[in-house]
Design a protein around this ligand. Structure first.
Ligand SMILES: CC(C)=CCC/C(C)=C/CC/C(C)=C/CC/C(C)=C/COP(=O)(O)OP(=O)(O)O
Ligand SMILES: O=P(O)(O)OC[C@@H](O)CO
Ligand SMILES: [Mg+2]
Length: 236
C-alpha cells in the first residue's frame, strides 16, 4: 500500500491559534480542493484549540492530520486520519530531534503506530517561530540541505522530508536540489506560497506544497488558486 501523501499535491495547514478569514467556515476550507488538512502551529498551541479544529473538520470530506508541536497537545480522535510528527533535523537541541518523541512515548499508553509518521523537517527561515523554538541552524547551503534530505531518507528511513521556510518564500534552487537527492521520500515544501505562480513554481520541484498563513490572511479563494498551481505543476 502506498502512503496517502505520495498522491498529494497540496496540504493546507490550519493554525488552531488563528482565526479563519472573514466569515469563512471549515466547510469552506474543506472544499478548497486541498488533498489534506494538517492542524498545527508553533506558538499558542493547546489541546483545547486543537480539539476545536478537529471537531469542526470531523464531518468534512477531506483527509485530516494533526501535526503536534509538543506531546501535550496531541489529541486522541477517531476523526483524524493520522499524526504527522515533526522531527527537526537541523535543530540545535536534540529535544526537537528525538527528545520530545521519547517523552511522548513514555507518557502515552497505546500509541497508534499505524497512524503515526514522522516528517523530517529542515527549518530554513531563521525569522520563523519554529526556528527560534527549536534553535535551528538555518545557515545552510543548498549542499547542506541536500545532505540532510539524503540522510533523512537513506539513513533514517524518513518517508517525508519537509523544507520549512514558514513565513517566507524559499529558494527554488535549494528545493530543486533536495528533490533531486531523494528517491522514494515525499518532499514537502512550505513557506510564503500565496498565489498560483508561487505554488506552481515550488510544486514543480517539491512533491507537495504546504500553504499556511494565506488561509488565515486571505481566505479560501486565495488558497484555491494555490491548489490549482500545485496541481498543474504535478500534471506537467
Ligand atoms: C513528539 C511530539 C508529539 C511532538 C514534537 C514535535 C516537534 C519536534 C516539534 C518541533 C517543530 C514544530 C514546532 C513543528 C510545528 C509545525 C510548524 C513548523 C508550524 C509552523 O510554525 P510557524 O509558522 O513558525 O509558527 P506560528 O505560525 O505559530 O508563528
Ligand atoms: O504559513 P506559510 O508561510 O504558508 O508556511 C506554511 C507551512 O510550511 C508552515 O508550517
Ligand atoms: Mg506560521
Amino acid at each position: 500500500m502506498t502512503n496517502p501523501w505520495a498522491e498529494w499535491d497540496h496540504v493546507l495547514k490550519v493554525d488552531p491559534d488563528k482565526e479563519l478569514y472573514g466569515d469563512e467556515t471549515f466547510e469552506d476550507v474543506a472544499v478548497t480542493g486541498t488533498d489534506a488538512i494538517e492542524i498545527g502551529g508553533t506558538l499558542g498551541m493547546t489541546e483545547e484549540k486543537m480539539q476545536r479544529v478537529i471537531d469542526a473538520c470531523a464531518d468534512q470530506d477531506v483527509a485530516l492530520y494533526q501535526e503536534p508541536s509538543n506531546p501535550a497537545v496531541v489529541v486522541d480522535s477517531p476523526a483524524l486520519d493520522g499524526y504527522l510528527i515533526p522531527t527537526v533535523f537541523n535543530a540545535a537541541d536534540p529535544f526537537w530531534i528525538v527528545g520530545a518523541h521519547a517523552e511522548w512515548v513514555r507518557i502515552e499508553d497505546g500509541l497508534d503506530w499505524d497512524r503515526t509518521t514522522t516528517e523530517a523537517y529542515i527549518v530554513l527561515n531563521p525569522e520563523a517561530s519554529v526556528a527560534e523554538y527549536t534553535d535551528a541552524d538555518c545557515d545552510l547551503t543548498a549542499d547542506d540541505v541536500t545532505a540532510y534530505a539524503r540522510i533523512a531518507e537513506k539513513m533514517f528511513g524518513q518517508e517525508i522530508v519537509y523544507l520549512e521556510y514558514s513565513g517566507t518564500f524559499g529558494d527554488p534552487e535549494t528545493v530543486a536540489a533536495a528533490a533531486d537527492a531523494l528517491d522514494s521520500a515525499t518532499l514537502f515544501y512550505g513557506g510564503g506560497v500565496h498565489d498560483y505562480e508561487t505554488a506552481n513554481e515550488m510544486g514543480s520541484h517539491a512533491d507537495v506544497v504546504v500553504v499556511g498563513d494565506l488561509l488565515h490572511e486571505e481566505g479560501c479563494d486565495a488558497v484555491r488558486e494555490t491548489v490549482e498551481g500545485a496541481r498543474d505543476a504535478n500534471a506537467e
